[in-house]
Write a protein that binds this ligand. Structure first.
Ligand SMILES: Cc1ncc(COP(=O)(O)O)c(C=O)c1O
Length: 478
């Protein structure tokens, strides 16, 4: 990693070393002697341990350091400081020193190349070809749906879901404030009126109470979004929908593999959509699919996907449609990905569990709640920062993680704050979304993430917070 280590002289006062440690980088410093040779490492954790043993901040830094010349003391996942031939520190090496740890990248190690080659060799590269049907069948099997319509992306899938259910001008569709813009954009594309409501602080998903409060005689549908893989409260939403005769369109773009009481997200409502963009758990590069409860809605969506053309009469158009088709090339990649779905989805659970264990010591960092009966598919492992507890703002933490070679993303901005969507916020309040959006961010979450990489991310975050904690405790003691 091209990150030069923070240097502290062994004779420097520990208080100054702590201030430097707290100010910069990932919370680890190389301790050097008068000749610039590394003699140990220093972190917030080892300073705190030293102070607990009765050490003082006016003592030299060398007294508190870990004397192992090559690594900090926290064990698994720690950064190593590399030295040159003369023993001088030159770089910090993470377990992933050869690469930046990405937020999410595709893993294409199965039959992807073989199937794409087959498309090229047989000349079936457009949306005609056997992989498209095979992909729809495989997806249907994975999620438990008989009516699967593949399409060009997750946004097209949402548009087709709404149109397939006959939702359009004059209809209001309730959508959460905390989501990717495609959710609300497609409601507008369909000619319907979005009604933005707040999310629930615990689940980060659409608040059933806020939905209740936003119902009007024009309400036609609710669009829950299973954010970052966490299932929305479909039981409560289904109860509202049943009572008011509303449609439920699940935006499961981020939630393939998520489930509620054993039912796959996307298949619980009247329609559900998936995205297969390259950062998703299952990818086709660009791609999407919508699954319907009713065959007729799927038929309509299939026609609209293909310019509104009558399937029995070529070039005869019954309605105004779109070209939203998935190509055989994309579907070929998708088939190879779906073959690996059980492995990918299981790995996602392992990644989340490892983060949960590794971040248990990170005071002020809250991972998404484990909700009984909900299977979070953890598209993104996201956390909320309590800046009062960490002493570090979300953006500062993200910046420092970036310096340590760790890619992160902020949570989405509240829809109601952005100009195109503001008119759809009414005079409602959005405290939960606003708080989560300001405080939350996502950690590297890709299926290809290794255990040492997760450990490194956790150790970096913990060390950073510990250094701040030690600095605050020292300041308070002065
Ligand atoms: C919640 C949500 N809905 C819809 C989409 C749209 O999917 P796509 O990018 O495939 O169009 C995304 C994309 O990431 C998403 O996160």
């Amino acid at each position: 990693m091209p990150l030069s280590p923070l240097l502290v002289r062994d004779a420097d006062r520990l208080a100054d070393a702590l201030a430097a440690l707290d100010r910069d980088g990932p919370g680890i410093a190389a301790v050097v002697d008068g000749a610039g040779r590394m003699v140990g490492t220093l972190s917030g954790g080892c300073i705190r341990a030293f102070l607990t043993r009765g050490g003082r901040l006016d003592q030299p830094a060398g007294a508190a350091m870990s004397a192992d010349g090559s690594s900090a003391p926290a064990g698994a996942g720690d950064a190593r400081i590399e030295v040159d031939g003369a023993g001088r520190p030159v770089a910090i090496a993470s377990p992933a020193s050869a690469r930046r740890i990405p937020i999410a990248e595709p893993v294409l190690g199965g039959n992807e190349l073989r199937y794409v080659t087959e498309c090229v060799q047989t000349n079936w590269i457009s949306s005609q070809g056997s992989f498209v049907r095979r992909f729809e069948d495989m997806l249907g099997e994975l999620v438990g749906s008989q009516h699967v319509v593949s399409c060009s992306n997750g946004t097209a899938a949402l548009h087709l879901a709404l149109l397939g259910l006959g939702i359009g001008p004059g209809d209001e569709v309730i959508v959460p404030d905390l989501t990717f813009a495609a959710s609300i954009n497609t409601i507008i594309h369909a000619g319907a009126t979005p009604v933005i409501v707040d999310v629930d602080r615990a689940s980060w998903n659409i608040s059933p109470a806020a939905v209740e409060a936003a119902l009007t005689p024009r309400t036609r549908a609710i669009m829950p979004v299973h954010l970052y893989g966490q299932p929305a409260d479909m039981d409560a939403l289904q109860a509202i929908a049943a009572r008011r005769g509303l449609r439920l369109v699940e935006d499961a773009a981020e939630a393939i593999g998520a489930a509620l009481h054993g039912r796959a997200c996307g298949t619980i409502g009247d329609a559900g959509t998936f995205s297969f963009f390259s950062n998703k758990v299952i990818t086709t590069g660009e791609g999407g699919a919508v699954v319907f409860r009713e065959a007729e809605a799927a038929q309509r969506a299939r026609r609209l996907r293909d310019h509104g053309m009558n399937p029995a009469k070529r070039y005869w158009h019954d309605e105004v449609g779109y070209n939203y088709r998935l190509t055989n090339l994309q579907a070929a990649i998708g088939c190879a990905q779906l073959e690996q779905a059980p492995k990918f989805l299981a790995r996602k659970q392992e990644i989340a569990a490892r983060y949960r264990a590794g971040l248990a010591r990170a005071t002020g960092i809250e991972m998404a709640a484990e909700i009984p009966g909900h299977r979070n598919s953890y598209w993104m492992v996201s956390v909320i920062v309590d800046a009062a507890a960490t002493g570090l703002e979300r953006d500062e933490i993200m910046r420092r993680l970036g310096e340590a070679g760790i890619d992160t993303r902020p949570l989405f901005y509240p829809l109601h704050e952005m100009a195109p969507y503001r008119p759809h916020a009414g005079n409602r309040d959005f405290p939960a979304t606003t708080g989560l959006s300001r405080q939350g961010f996502s950690l590297p979450s890709g299926v290809g993430l290794t255990d040492p990489e997760i450990d490194y991310v956790c150790a970096t975050l913990v060390r950073m917070i510990e250094a701040r904690g030690a600095a605050r405790a020292a300041a308070a003691a002065r």
